[in-house]
Design a protein around this ligand. Structure first.
Ligand code: UD1
Length: 355
């Protein structure tokens, strides 16, 4: 039994780590890894393979820095060549990136069954490239692993019970990675004084005129109250510098951090401010409230539980929600996304299905 995993961006390295680790322990299938090269900087890619003990990719593509269309087309063509050669029994895909989409297209055109981890999520914002990637990948998949009941309900509303596929709610695999690679480490406080951790990288936050400026103005205002640590994605860095957007001195801009360094900062922070999907959940897993710099989110449970708060992109709204942060729910004990044993659950189901 041979699986091909297609990964290419930071959140996929984090998810694949837990799966590959558990797979190696029980040695049930052979795993071949394709790295699409969507993320390619040392601190956006290699450092995750080292820290999270992910096996070196068997194939590395070079798709970084291309437009969405060019990236998807190139990956589709290259992944298809590899699939034809390797003839896997299934293709394993994570999340919602362009690498997920091209893996789904390549495998489905060769009639290779697709397994989608993090299925059923919907923001219902069709302007997000990630939403398009999710919908197409779900529809092309044979086995859908949902992180929560809400994700499964989304699929039911779209009529997935009528299709020839299997849907399982298995929990969120990012919790597995925290438990395996972070939870037992001795972590020192990176700063003595209180601080907020902030990340902004999405196209919808950065590529619309003045949106990033509004967000940064909100952060500048917040930084008058508390220090902000801002590990910056290369895209955001470029736009801040091209548009000459000014950041206050109390916003500490640093390069993207490794997995362990990043979570160490989250562990001791007062609050998280982000547009990242993964970090909305990681905040919850690390007992932190999170202001979500978006109009909507696919991680709806955390909003209805009032652990996280949607703030939109406007300066005034961001500041207002920061000022109201003490009204957020600080009970992080509900097992909304499972128990951190998701990878093994997936492996068990796959072995029942394929072996
Ligand atoms: C992608 C995913 C998003 C995920 C995010 C995690 C899509 C559509 N989006 O967004 O779902 O949350 O990854 O970070 O797939 N760049 C570098 N160095 C790198 C990586 C990227 O300079 O190592 C540059 C790229 O050349 C590009 C920009 O950053 O100009 C954006 O990168 P891209 O891979 O297009 O998407 P992300 O914003 O990272």
């Amino acid at each position: 039994m041979k699986i091909i995993s297609v990964i290419g961006a930071r959140p996929q390295f984090i998810k694949a780590a837990a799966f590959s680790y558990n797979l190696r322990l029980n040695n049930l299938f052979e795993e071949v890894i394709i790295h699409t090269g969507q993320h390619y900087d040392e601190n956006m890619s290699n450092i995750f393979f080292d820290q999270l003990q992910i096996p070196q990719p068997d194939y590395r593509l070079d798709s970084g820095g291309k437009s969405h269309a060019a990236m998807t087309a190139y990956q589709l063509q290259e992944i298809a060549k590899i699939l034809k050669n390797e003839r896997p029994d299934c293709v394993l895909l994570y999340g919602d990136t362009n690498s997920t989409l091209s893996g789904a297209l390549a495998a489905s055109k060769l009639s290779i069954p697709i397994v989608h981890v993090e299925a059923g999520l919907r923001s219902y914002n069709m302007n997000m490239p990630e939403e398009i990637n999710r919908i197409i990948t779900d529809r092309l998949s044979r086995i859908l692993f949902c992180p929560s009941d809400d994700a499964k309900e989304n699929l039911m509303r779209e009529g997935y019970q009528n299709f020839d596929l299997d849907i399982y709610v298995v929990g969120d695999i990012m919790l597995d990675t925290i438990k395996l690679f972070f939870e037992n480490l001795e972590i020192k406080k990176p700063f003595e004084e209180p601080y907020v951790v902030c990340t902004i990288h999405r196209q919808e936050s950065t590529n619309q005129s003045d949106r990033l400026r509004e967000i940064i103005q909100g952060l500048n205002e917040i930084s008058k109250t508390v220090k902000i640590i801002f590990p910056i994605h290369p895209r955001t860095q470029k736009i801040i510098s091209d548009q000459k957007i000014l950041l206050s001195d109390n916003i500490i801009v640093i390069q993207p951090l490794s997995y362990i360094d990043f979570l160490s900062h989250v562990k001791h922070c007062e609050l998280v401010i982000t547009d990242s999907g993964g970090l909305q959940k990681e905040s919850y897993f690390m007992n932190k409230n999170c202001l979500v710099i978006r109009e909507e989110t696919e991680w709806t449970e955390l909003i209805s539980n009032n652990n996280n708060k949607l703030c939109g992109f406007k300066t005034g709204k961001i500041i207002q929600n920061f000022n109201n942060r003490n009204n957020l729910n600080t009970d992080f004990g509900q097992p909304i996304y499972g128990d951190g044993n998701t990878a093994n659950r997936i492996i068990k189901i796959m072995s029942d299905k394929f072996l």
